[in-house]
Write a protein that binds this ligand. Structure first.
Ligand code: FRU
Length: 504
C-alpha cells in the first residue's frame, strides 16, 4: 500500500485503499491492539461492508492484516460490532484454549429492490487470536424483522456477557445478557436519552475509573454509555455523546440528566473502547463525519477515504462546577515523538517553526498558559496556533480567547480547499466554551497533533477534545504560536516536537 500521499496521515491509522468507516471489534490481547473497521475494499464510498483488520503494539504503528470478515452471502453485509476474548470458553468454541476470540456484529441484508432487509446480530469465532474467523453455523443469535437494529457491543459483567445494541430509529438501546454468547435474553431498554438525531448508532458501555481531580488517585468506578447519532449533531452531521452512570448487569441508569459530547469539533464518530484493557479505558474513533465522508478529496486524489483518531486514554473526574467529565488523554505518545523543534517560555510573543523538512509533516505541540488574571483579559487576549502553507497562503487557525466566554476555536475557513463546493460548504469554525472567565478550574493548556490532513487538540489536560479534518491544496509547513495582549504576569510555555512517521 502507498502511504506517501500529501494528505495521508503518518501517525494515524487509515486503510490501504478504499473506504473505511466505524472502528469495530477492538480488543487488546497478549500485547497486541486489534482494530477492525467497516471496510469497502472495492469503492470510495460506503457499501459492500467487510471487516478490515489492523494490529498494533503501541497504538500508533499499525500493520495491515488480511480482511477478517467477508459478506457471508450475496446482499448481506457485515456491519459494526465488537469482539470479546472468551477466556473461560463459555461459548464451547474453544475446548483447549484460553485465548479464543468471538466477534459479535450485525448482518445487514439488502433486498433485490435495494431496500433494507432485516438487520440481525450474528457471531463468528477465531482460534488464532483474531486473524481468521469462522461464522457460527446457527446465526443469527438475535433475530429481528427490523431494518434498523444494529451495532452490538459486548462486555463481560461478572459471570455473564452483556450486550448493548441500537434500535436505531426507535431511539432505544437494548441491553441483552448471555451465558455463552449464543443465547441472548433481552433485559432492558435505555430510551430517548440525549440528542436523538435521526438515529442512534454504535453504542458502547464501559467501566471507567473515577479519579480525584487533584491527586489523580482512583476513588471510584462508574460506567459510561457512549452513543452516536447522525444526522443531528449540533455542528451538523454525525457526533458522539456520552452518559455517566451505574450498570448492574441488566440496567443502566444515569447520574444526571446532562448530554455531553465526546468532541467539540465535527470529525469524531462511533468511537469504540478496546475490550481487555484495565484502568483508564482506551478508545479510538472514526475521524470523519457522514456529512462529507464520502466526498473528501483523499478519495479522488489518493484512493483512500477516512482515518481513525489517535488512541485516547479515558477516565472520569468530577471538577467543581463543570460536573462530571470524561477526560481524554493522548495515549502514551512516546513511540512517535521525534526531535524537539522548539521550547520557549515567554510573556506576550511568538514562536515560529518551519517544519517543511520534517518528513512526516506531523507535529506534536504543547502550550501552557499560567499566571493569567482572566479578569484583566480583554477580547484581544489570545494564544493562537496557526499553521500556514507559504506556497498557497492557506492556513488552519486555532487558539484560546481569554476574554469573554473563553472559547477555544478551530477555524478551517482559511483553507482554500479543493474544487468541491458541497464539501467546503460544510467546513467552518468549531469552538468550545469554558464556563466563565472566572472559572478557576480551567487550565489553559493545549496539546495538539497535526498530521497532514488531521488536527487533534486536547484542552485542559483532556477535559475537552476536538478532532478536525483539513485538506490544504499545498502542505502546511509553518507553525506560529503567538500570545498577544495577555495581562501582565501571564507566562506561556511552548514546546514543539516532530513526529516520526509510522508508515514510512
Ligand atoms: C455508523 C453505521 C453503523 C453501521 C455501519 C455500516 O456509522 O451506520 O450504524 O453498522 O455504519 O457501515
Amino acid at each position: 500500500a502507498n502511504y506517501t500521499g500529501p494528505l495521508r496521515p503518518q501517525v494515524h491509522y487509515s486503510p490501504p485503499t478504499g473506504f473505511m468507516n466505524d472502528p469495530n471489534g477492538m480488543f487488546y490481547l497478549n500485547g497486541v491492539f486489534h482494530l477492525y473497521y467497516q471496510y469497502n475494499p472495492t469503492g470510495l464510498g460506503a457499501g459492500n461492508q467487510h471487516w478490515g483488520h489492523a494490529t498494533s503494539k503501541d497504538g500508533y504503528t499499525w500493520e495491515n492484516q488480511p480482511i477478517a470478515l467477508f459478506p457471508p452471502e450475496e446482499k448481506q453485509y457485515v456491519f459494526s460490532g465488537s469482539v470479546v476474548v472468551d477466556a473461560n470458553n463459555t461459548s464451547g468454541f474453544f475446548p483447549d484454549q484460553d485465548n479464543g476470540v468471538v466477534a459479535v456484529f450485525t448482518l445487514a441484508r439488502y433486498n433485490e429492490d435495494g431496500s433494507g432487509g432485516p438487520q440481525t446480530q450474528a457471531i463468528a469465532y477465531s482460534h488464532d487470536e483474531g486473524y481468521t474467523f469462522q461464522y457460527y453455523d446457527q446465526n443469527p443469535v438475535i433475530n429481528s424483522t427490523s431494518s434498523q437494529f444494529r451495532d452490538p457491543k459486548v462486555i463481560r459483567y461478572g459471570d455473564t456477557w452483556a450486550m448493548v445494541v441500537a434500535y436505531s430509529q426507535e431511539f432505544a438501546l437494548g441491553i441483552f445478557t448471555s451465558p455463552d454468547l449464543k443465547q441472548w435474553t433481552w433485559a432492558s431498554n435505555f430510551t430517548d436519552h440525549g440528542l436523538l438525531g435521526a438515529q442512534y448508532e454504535c453504542p458502547n458501555l464501559v467501566k471507567m475509573p473515577v479519579r480525584d481531580p487533584e491527586s489523580g488517585a482512583v476513588v471510584d468506578e462508574k460506567y459510561v454509555m457512549t452513543l452516536s447519532v447522525q444526522p443531528g449533531a449540533p455542528l451538523g452531521g454525525s457526533i458522539t455523546q456520552y452518559f455517566i452512570g451505574d450498570f448492574n448487569g441488566t440496567h443502566f441508569s444515569t447520574l444526571d440528566a446532562a448530554t455531553r459530547l465526546t468532541d467539540f469539533a465535527k470529525d469524531n464518530y462511533a468511537a469504540q473502547f478496546f475490550y481487555g484493557v484495565e484502568g483508564n479505558q482506551i478508545s479510538l474513533g472514526w475521524a470523519s463525519n457522514w456529512q462529507y465522508a464520502q466526498q473528501v478529496p483523499t478519495g479522488n486524489n489518493e484512493g483512500w477515504r477516512s482515518a481513525m483518531t489517535l488512541p485516547r486514554a479515558s477516565y472520569l473526574t468530577k471538577a467543581p462546577r463543570i460536573g462530571w467529565t470524561m477526560v481524554d488523554e493522548l495515549y502514551d505518545a512516546q513511540p512517535i515523538l521525534g526531535e524537539s523543534l522548539a521550547a520557549k517560555t515567554m510573556g506576550n510573543g511568538s514562536v515560529t517553526v518551519d517544519y517543511a523538512d520534517v518528513a512526516s509533516g506531523a507535529l506534536y505541540i504543547e502550550a501552557n498558559v499560567t499566571g493569567i488574571d482572566v479578569a484583566k483579559a480583554t477580547s484581544f487576549s489570545t494564544l493562537n496556533l496557526t499553521f500556514t502553507s507559504p506556497a498557497s497562503g492557506e492556513s488552519l487557525r486555532s487558539g484560546f480567547y481569554f476574554g469573554g466566554d473563553n472559547p477555544f476555536f478551530v477555524d478551517r475557513g482559511q483553507l482554500r480547499g479543493f474544487d468541491n463546493v458541497f464539501f467546503t460548504d460544510k467546513f467552518s469554525v468549531a469552538d468550545v466554551y469554558y464556563e466563565s472567565s472566572t472559572d478557576k478550574a480551567a487550565a489553559w493548556r493545549v496539546q495538539a497533533v497535526i498530521d497532514r490532513s488531521m488536527y487533534e487538540v486536547f484542552l485542559d489536560g483532556g477535559r475537552h477534545a476536538g478532532t478536525v479534518l483539513l485538506y490544504p491544496t499545498q502542505p502546511l509547513t509553518l507553525l506560529n504560536v503567538a500570545a498577544g495582549d495577555l495581562p501582565a504576569g501571564a507566562r506561556v510555555s511552548v514546546a514543539v516536537w516532530a513526529l516520526k512517521s509510522t508508515w514510512a
